[in-house]
Design a protein around this ligand. Structure first.
Ligand code: G6P
Length: 460
């Protein structure tokens, strides 16, 4: 048996007209990679998944004992909405996500006042709830795979209450380095580093594993023990192929063709998150059109941008900045029959699949990213010998960098010339690079990623 512990579960629950509840596969990399593996029994029989109820409907489903799904024992924690807000918005996303991705404007933020202390207590409380549920559900000697920065305290809590369990923690994000970890209040930094360094700690990239090791040494000194492991996630090639071959993808593909015509297509697909560096992407495109008139009317930039973390003011503000950046480019360059940037905001994975299949250039320019699964999905799906313009600060760079066109995420001039190089690349080189990208990506499967975690937990 295996217990998976993550903030977001593998299924989302909605109401059915008869007052019952219906489960659908949830969004996010963890759900899409682990969900199918666990429900098919790849982690051994009877996997258990503990997650939070994400809204009122899911809380109702949990209370009614109807948050169930086939093939897996699901436990949705009914967390008080205010406690959940403090744990999720203030600590996990408002502090740890910002810190790990270098998003703070340090002159102004963060400022750790009594409000933060209240939020930190809520973070501890929710981590304790996950721990208690695990303690209750895990048989003797079981393996527990704890996912991501929302639940960084769970390993230490479990070690104290259930030393028989074999626990590994996996971070899907970047991890901040030894200078940045000092931004956190001392006790918070110690609690996080101690918890993660007491059990095997996994990362998608060697770079984030090293950053964590250096942070743990900085904070814990000689007490920094622990082992890290690197296990990059990969998309499920078969599932992607099925989706790409579906009638819905064919319709989406035709709609896209109508937009693109005989032009080249630049694509990006991201949650609207400051770490994704969407505004600089449009600024680079603007510069490309200014410096290279030959691309005007010859290229379309389709940006699939899905709403994210709308409960946080920083995300709403960033969304406005993104909209303004798009407007600036379109106002400056659009002609009668050419719209330089087309933004699509529907959360429709099939449309993303169609765009990744058709793109000539895929722009992935995050400031920092734990992995970036879109880069890998694009590599597997693309049918146009598309070029990947990839940030060197995305975890996926470790594996795909040799066949990608590098992007310096803060350097707009460099990003513009990376786009230019990609758009002008001779056909033979595009073909060779696309083939190599596919090969590098296909070297790993979601199953490898799961096995690496199980192995690390057993060895730890
Ligand atoms: C990142 C995190 C995941 C998270 C996802 C979506 O990839 O590593 O843990 O689920 O973002 O963010 P959300 O806040 O919507 O769960």
């Amino acid at each position: 048996m295996t217990v998976i512990v993550s903030n977001r579960g593998p299924f989302r629950f909605t109401r059915t007209p008869d007052g019952g509840f219906e489960a659908r596969q949830g969004s996010g990399g963890i759900a899409s990679a682990l969900g199918p593996l666990l429900t098919s029994g790849a982690a051994g029989d009877g996997a258990t998944w503990i997650a939070t109820a994400l809204d009122g409907t899911e809380r109702d489903a949990a209370r009614a004992g109807q948050a169930t799904a086939p093939g897996i024992a699901l436990k949705l924690l009914d967390v008080d909405p205010n406690v959940h807000h403090l744990y999720y918005d203030v600590v996990a996303n408002g502090t740890l996500w910002f810190l790990h991705h270098g998003l703070f404007d340090l002159v102004r933020q963060p400022s750790f006042d009594h409000k933060f202390r209240e939020a930190w207590a809520a973070y501890e409380q929710v981590n304790q709830m996950f721990t208690d549920a695990t303690v209750e559900l895990a048989p003797d000697g079981d393996i527990v795979l704890v996912q991501d920065y929302h639940l960084a305290l769970v390993p230490e809590m479990l070690r104290r209450l259930r030393p028989d369990l074999r626990v590994a923690h996996f971070s899907h994000t970047a991890f901040c380095g030894p200078n940045s970890i000092r931004v956190l209040p001392d006790d918070v930094a110690v609690a996080l580093c101690r918890s993660l360094s007491g059990s095997p700690a996994g990362f998608h990239s060697r770079r984030w594993a090293r950053a964590f090791e250096a942070s743990a040494r900085e904070v814990l000194g000689a007490d920094a023990r622990g082992s890290t492991f690197v296990a990059a996630l990969a998309p499920d090639a078969e599932e992607l192929a099925q989706l790409a071959a579906s009638p819905a993808a064919a319709v989406a593909g035709q709609e896209l063709e109508a937009i693109v015509g005989d032009r080249q297509l630049i694509v990006r697909a991201d949650r609207v998150d400051p770490s994704k560096n969407i505004v600089r992407g449009f600024e680079a495109y603007d510069l490309l059109l200014a410096d290279h008139p030959e691309w005007r009317e010859r290229v379309v930039f389709v940006a699939r941008l899905t709403a994210s973390r709308r409960s946080m003011p920083e995300y709403l503000a960033y969304n406005n900045e993104v909209e303004q950046a798009v407007q600036r480019v379109n106002e400056r360059w659009a002609t009668g029959d050419w719209q330089p940037v087309v933004v699509e905001t529907q959360d429709d994975y099939t449309r993303t699949v169609a765009a990744l299949t058709r793109s000539d250039v895929l722009l992935v320019n995050p400031l920092k990213d734990g992995l970036n699964l879109v880069a890998k999905e694009g590599a597997l799906l693309n049918q146009h010998n598309g070029v990947l313009c990839l940030s060197r600060d995305a975890g996926a760079w470790d594996e795909l960098g040799e066949a990608a066109e590098p992007v310096h995420p803060y350097d707009i001039g460099q990003t513009a010339s990376s786009l230019h190089t990609a758009l002008s690349m001779p056909a033979a080189e595009r073909r060779a690079r696309a083939a190599r990208l596919r090969e590098l990506t296909a070297a790993r499967t979601p199953r490898d990623w799961l096995d690496d975690q199980l192995t690390a937990a057993r060895a730890g």
